[in-house]
Design a protein around this ligand. Sequence first.
Ligand SMILES: Nc1nc2c(c(=O)[nH]1)N[C@H]1C(S)=C(S)[C@@H](COP(=O)(O)OP(=O)(O)OC[C@H]3O[C@@H](n4cnc5c(=O)[nH]c(N)nc54)[C@H](O)[C@@H]3O)O[C@H]1N2
Ligand SMILES: Nc1nc2c(c(=O)[nH]1)N[C@H]1C(S)=C(S)[C@@H](COP(=O)(O)OP(=O)(O)OC[C@H]3O[C@@H](n4cnc5c(=O)[nH]c(N)nc54)[C@H](O)[C@@H]3O)O[C@H]1N2
Ligand code: SF4
Ligand SMILES: [Mo]
Length: 911
Amino acid sequence: MTIHPHEPRDGAATQITASTCCYCGVGCGVLIEHDGTRILNVTGDPAHPANYGRLCSKGATLHLTGDLDARALYPELRLGKTLARSRTDWDSALDHAATVFADTLREHGPDSVAFYISGQLLTEDYYAFNKLARALIGTNNIDSNSRLCMSSAVVGYKRSLGADAPPCSYEDIEHAQTLLIAGSNMAYAHPVLFRRLEEAKAQRPDMKIIVVDPRRTDTCELADLHLAIQPGTDVALFHGILHLLLWEGWTDRRYIDAHTEGFDALKALVRDYNPSMVAELCGITVEALTTCARWIGESPAFLSLWCMGLNQSTAGVAKNSALINLHLATGQIGKPGAGPFSLTGQPNAMGGRETGSLSNLLPGHREVADPVHRSEVAAYWGIDALPETPGLSAIELFDAVHSGKIKALWIACTNPAQSVPDQAKIHEALARCPFVVVQEAFFTTETCRYADLLLPAASWGEKEGTVTNSERRISHVRRAISAPGEARSDWAITLDFARRLESRLYPEQSSRFAFPTPEALFEEYKHLTTGRDLDLSGISYSLIDAHGPQQWPFSTGASQGTPRLYENGVFPTTSGRARFVADEYAAPKEKRDARYSLTLNTGRLRDQWHGMSRTGTAARLFSHVEEPLLSLHPDDMRRRRLMSGQLTRVKSRRGSLLVRVESDENIRPGQAFLPMHWGDRFLKGLGINALTLSEFDPLSKQPELKHAGIEVEKVELPWELYALVEGHVQMRFETLRPLFETFSHASLTLTGRDRPALLIRAAHGESPDKALLAQIYNSLNLLDGPVMAYDDARRQVGKRVRIEAGRITALCLTGETAARRWLKSLWEEGRADQDLRRWLLAPLSTPPGSQTGVSCKTLCNCMNVSEAAIRGGIAEGLDLNGLKASLGCGTQCGSCVPEIKRLLARTPVHT
Ligand SMILES: Nc1nc2c(c(=O)[nH]1)N[C@H]1C(S)=C(S)[C@@H](COP(=O)(O)OP(=O)(O)OC[C@H]3O[C@@H](n4cnc5c(=O)[nH]c(N)nc54)[C@H](O)[C@@H]3O)O[C@H]1N2
Ligand SMILES: Nc1nc2c(c(=O)[nH]1)N[C@H]1C(S)=C(S)[C@@H](COP(=O)(O)OP(=O)(O)OC[C@H]3O[C@@H](n4cnc5c(=O)[nH]c(N)nc54)[C@H](O)[C@@H]3O)O[C@H]1N2
Ligand code: SF4
Ligand SMILES: [Mo]
C-alpha cells in the first residue's frame, strides 16, 4: 500500500501547504497538495527564493515516497537483547527510557550516555536535544552526522574567516565570471542550483567553469576545464594555483595588506609548489594548471563551490583553507559573484551548526572549549555551569560505544549502521550497547535492527519548524498532514523524554522543557544568537510567513536579511582580518600498494538519498540506476579479466563485499567508484561502508570517506537467482530479505513505474536446500495459483512465472539467469505470449532467438524516457532541442539534461 493514491478522499477538499523539500541543502520550497490526510502531489513553490518553482527528480517525486508499509508507526520496546521488540505505548516507552537513562547517569556519570543526531532535523529539534544533553544531563556527548559531512567546512571557515558562515548567495552564480566547482557533483547532489548555473552559462557563455574531480561526472558537462586530479591532491593543486597567481602578479596586494594576515608564511610555503611538481602530483598537465590559474587570476568575479570531495578527507580542513586562501589572495570575497561558497549537503546542516549540534559547539556559533561561551549559555538556561569535558565526535563516539564506555545511546534521524565508515565495528558496537534508542520515521533501516527502543517519528510533510539552507536562508517548514499511526514530531518526543528524565533527576525543579510548540523553542533559541555573527534574533515564524524565507544575519529591528558577508573587508577575528592558512599537502591515509592497488571513491546517485529509507520506497527512483555496481576503468577491468555485469569481491583492510562490476571510462585507471547508498538492506554484506576507513581529519574529525585502498577480484558463484514480484513491495522486502542471508551475494531493489515490483539478484556456490527455495517461491507468490514452472533437478535449473489476467506478475529464474532481461521486458510490456509458454516448457533456459533484451535504464524520470529511446533519437540526427520536442525528455525537472548532452557528445555529428 502507498500513502498517496492520487485521488483525494471522497468529499475531501484538496488543500495546498507551502513547505520545503526534505532532501538537499539547496532548500527548495514545495507546494504540497493534500486532502488533510494524504499527500497527493508536490510542485515547486514559485515564490521560494531558493528554487523559484523548480524541483529536481527527487523533490518532484516526494509524494510517491514514504510507503506506509515501511514507516515506523508505534513505539516498540525490547526487554532483553535476545528478545524481539514488541509494541508499546508512548508513556511506557518514554518512562522506560527515562528510567534507564536516570539509572545509567547515577551509576556511571553524565558521560556514559550519548546522542547521535542528524543534519536532517529541524532547528527546533536540535535545540531541544542540545538543551537536554548539555543542560539537563550535563554531557557534551552530542554529535551529528554532519561530522561526516560539513565539519571540515565549519573548521575551514572559522580558521580562515573567524566564523562558520558561507559568505555568498545563490544569486552570486549569476554574477560569477570564473566558477570553480571542487569535489562537488552538483548536477546530482544540488540539481536545482545546477539548473541555475546552466542558465547562467547559457546567458553568458564566456563565463568560465572549472570542475576539480577525479571522476568525469555529469557536472563536467558544463565545464570549460575539467581537472581530473589524483584523489586527495586538492591542497597541492590550490597551492600550485597560488604559486602561479603570485608569479604572474595576479594577486590583489591592496586587499591582502588591508584585510588579511599571515600571507608571508603562506607565500614561503607555496614557493615549493611549482607547476611541474604540482601537475605531476595531481596527474594533470601544466597547461591545464596554468589555464586554471589564469582564469582565476584574471577574473573580475571568482566564485567557488565545493562539497564532499574536499570535506570528506583526512586533509579536509587543509583543503578548505587552501581554497579560501585563493579568494583572500585575489580579494575575491564580499562582492557580487565572488567568494568561497560551500554547498551544504543536508537540508538543515546549517541549522545544526547554528544551534551547536556538534560535540565541540554550543548554540549561537559558540565553542564548548571557551569558558565565556559556556557561562553565557549556562546563564541563559538558568543553570550554574555547562559541562567542560569535551564531547565525543561521531567516530570517537562509536568507538566509545564499542569499548563499553557509552552505556545508553540515543540515535535520531540518521542511520549509522549504513553511513558511518568501518561498518563491522559499528554493527558490533550497536549490538553490544546496553541500551539503544532509535528515533526514526522508517523502521526498515539497518540501525533500527539494533534499537532496544524504537520511537516512530513524524517525517516530511508531517512536522513543523525551521531549516537553514546553504545560503543562510531560514525557511518555515509547515505541516501538511498528520503523522501516520502514533508517530510524533522529533521536538515533541525529545521534550517529552526530557521532562520525564528531569522529574527523575530533579523532582523539585519546575521544567525547563515546557515548550508547547516548535515556535516557542525557536523563540527561546533565537536570543542565543543576539549580537553574534549569525544574529537571527529578528526572524520569527510570522516574519517568514509575511515576507518569505530570510538570510541571516537578521538582527532585532532589522528590516531585511543579509545576502553577502564581509563586504566591508572586516572579519569576525580578533584582529578583524582574515587569516591565510599555510598547511602542507598531505596524501590520503591509504596509499595504493601491491595488495590494495585501487582507490575507492564513494558518492551520490542522481535519484537516491543516502540509505534510501525514503527514496528506496519509490520504484521509479531505481530506473536510473537499478542495482549496486562498482565502476572501474576498462584497463583495470581487462587486467583482472573482468566483464561488465560480473560479480566481484571487493576487499579493503577492514572488510569485503560482493558486488557486480561495470566498465566506466569516466573513472581514471587505479580508481574505483561505488555509490554511497547501498547498505546491508539492499546489498547483503554490511553495505559499502564495510570497506571505508574511519581515519579522520585531526581538526574537524571528519572521516576520509572518499579514499579507501581496495582490491577487486572475480568470484565464481555458478548458482544464480533472478526474481521479480509485483505489489506489496515493502512487505515482501521484509519477508524476503532475511531468506537471502545465507547466500553469498544478494541485492534487492525495486523496479517498475505504474506497477512497482521487488527485484532480487542473488548468487551462491551451489543450489540452496529445497526447503529454503520453497520458502522463497512462497514469498514470491510462485508456489501455487496460476504459476507455470519448469524444474530440472539434475541441472539445478528452474523457471517459474506467474501469469494473471494475461500478464506476468511474478517470475523467478534459478541456477542460471540468461533469460532475465528478456523476461523482465515481457513483464514490463505486460506480455505473456506463445514464445513465453514455449520457452517455459523447454529444458533450455536461454531466451528464444537472440533476444537477450536491451538495457532499460531510464534517463528522464519525469517523462519516462529510456536511454535506448534517446540513443535512437540521436541516431536519427536529433539534437537536444529535437530530443526534447520529440520525446519530451529533459523538459520537466531537467536532471537528465547533462547525461543527454553526454550521449550527444559521444555520438559523431553527421553532416
Ligand atoms: N541525489 C542526492 N543528492 C544529495 C544527497 C544524496 O544522498 N543524493 N545527499 C546530500 C548530502 S548530505 C551531501 S553531503 C551532498 C554531497 O554532494 P557532493 O559532495 O557533490 O556529492 P558526492 O557524490 O558525495 O561527492 C562529490 C564528488 O567528490 C568527488 N571526489 C572524490 N574524491 C575527491 C578528491 O579527492 N578531490 C576532489 N576535488 N573531488 C573528489 C567525487 O568523485 C564526487 O563526484 O549531496 C546532497 N545531495
Ligand atoms: N561511503 C560514504 N559514506 C557516507 C558518505 C559518502 O559520501 N560516502 N556521506 C556521508 C554524509 S555527507 C552524510 S550526510 C551521511 C548521511 O547518512 P545518514 O544520516 O545515515 O543518512 P539518511 O539515510 O539520510 O538517514 C536519515 C534517517 O532519518 C530518517 N528520517 C527521515 N525523516 C525523519 C524525521 O523527520 N525524523 C526522524 N527521527 N527520522 C527521520 C530516515 O528514514 C533515515 O533513516 O552519510 C555519510 N556516509
Ligand atoms: S535540489 Fe532537489 S533535492 Fe535539493 S532541495 Fe531542491 S528539490 Fe529537493
Ligand atoms: Mo552530507
